[in-house]
Design a protein around this ligand. Structure first.
Ligand code: WQD
Length: 344
């Protein structure tokens, strides 16, 4: 029978791409999202791609009464993919309690209700941010967890521990923790993509908005790092590749194939790319120069980090497929679609 999967944060950037891949793999999808950082129009984009409208309920996961009512109404949920979280690093420094409440209470509520309703497993959206500045690259899952540099990062670390402690206590659930590197790009149909509110904090939306003339100039934060061209290095992973890993993970977990009750996987390409290299890729795919200037370092930036994805490659049988060029082109196509629709 088709698996019934709850996707929290399913109208968000990574969530919506995962909903599409789940539906296309035959799963029945239900979404909970409070729309604090996304738009219900995303559901229409999903429907245009897959032909299926997922069940969608708008409420906040910190609201236990609403969550209980949801599980009572929708029986037979097999598994959860938990994306819903506040995710702006800078804002988390300004509003730590908001971040701790949103990100931690949401998970506690879900975990508490899972055994009650026979939900067998949870895939958790974590981040390479738990590694801090790595001692060496590429970085694998056994690398030490470093002291978090922001409340946001701390919520990811704490949530990983909460899941492990709960399962260690004997709770009858399983979990797969996925540590993402830097997700970028959009669905090839350009029906869904990343829609940052206000001025983008992340590199690729800033680049595409600059290409579109919405922003005047990209500031490249530092060219004096210990890297070949002096700019920071990241592992940029295509969002659809990332979404596909979630489908593999949840099917593995629900299919009883997990080797341990909690498994952890890095999701990255294994390739480090500098900010200036990424700018050049954008210039190539868009066919025009990108207005950019070198400015000072951004506080808190990691110099270089990229994944060793061997465990995901061999154990999950998952590998990032898309090239950086195609991925950046998909982000550019999405930006152009937003212009055609008069959204941006
Ligand atoms: C990438 C590179 C910047 C903007 C992300 C998430 C964070 C956490 C870790 C999620 C850096 C440079 C950026 C700009 C620039 N992940 N840059 N000009 O810092 O790796 O953080 O991954 O859990 O939440 O945000 O990603 O896209 O912000 O920056 O030069 O205008 O681009 O300095 O080197 P980062 P990013």
């Amino acid at each position: 029978m088709a698996k019934k999967i709850l996707v929290t944060g399913g109208t968000g950037y990574i969530g919506s791409h995962t909903v599409v891949e789940l539906q296309q793999s035959g799963c029945e999808v239900l979404i909970i999202d409070n729309l604090s950082n996304s738009n219900a129009e995303v559901i229409e984009g999903v429907k245009r791609i897959t032909g299926i409208r997922p069940v969608f309920e708008k409420f906040d996961l910190t609201d236990m009464d609403s969550l209980k009512a949801f599980f009572n109404k929708h029986e037979g949920i097999d598994g959860i993919i938990h994306f819903a979280a506040s995710k702006a690093v800078g804002e988390s420094v300004q509003k730590p309690l908001l971040y701790y409440r949103n990100n931690i209470v949401s998970l506690l509520n879900l975990l508490e209700l899972m055994p009650v309703h026979g939900v067998k497993g949870i895939v958790f959206s974590s981040s390479c941010t738990v590694y801090g500045e790595p001692d060496s690259n590429p970085i694998d899952e056994n690398a030490p967890i470093k002291l978090a540099t922001s409340p946001y990062g701390n919520t990811k670390q704490i949530n990983e521990e909460i899941i492990q402690d709960f399962i260690h206590s004997g709770a009858n659930i399983k979990s797969i923790i996925l540590r993402y590197f830097n997700p970028i790009g959009a669905h090839s149909s350009a029906e869904i993509g990343e829609l940052p509110l206000g001025v983008p904090q992340n590199l690729v939306p800033y680049v595409t908005q600059t290409g579109m003339g919405i922003r005047k100039q990209l500031s490249v934060f530092g060219d004096d790092y210990n890297t070949p061209d002096g700019s920071c290095i990241r592992d940029y992973i295509n969002v659809v590749d990332l979404a596909k890993a979630h489908v593999i993970a949840i099917k593995r977990m629900l299919g009883g194939k997990s080797k341990q009750n909690v498994e952890i996987f890095n999701l990255g390409t294994g390739n480090g790319v500098s900010v200036l290299e990424l700018v050049r890729v954008f210039e190539k795919v868009s066919g025009k120069p990108l207005n950019h200037k070198i400015v000072g370092r951004r506080e808190g930036d990691i110099e270089k980090i990229w994944a060793n994805p061997d465990r995901a490659n061999s154990v999950l049988g998952w590998k990032a497929q898309e090239t950086l060029e195609d991925t950046v082109a998909s982000a550019w196509k999405w930006q152009q679609r937003l212009r055609e629709k008069g959204i941006m």
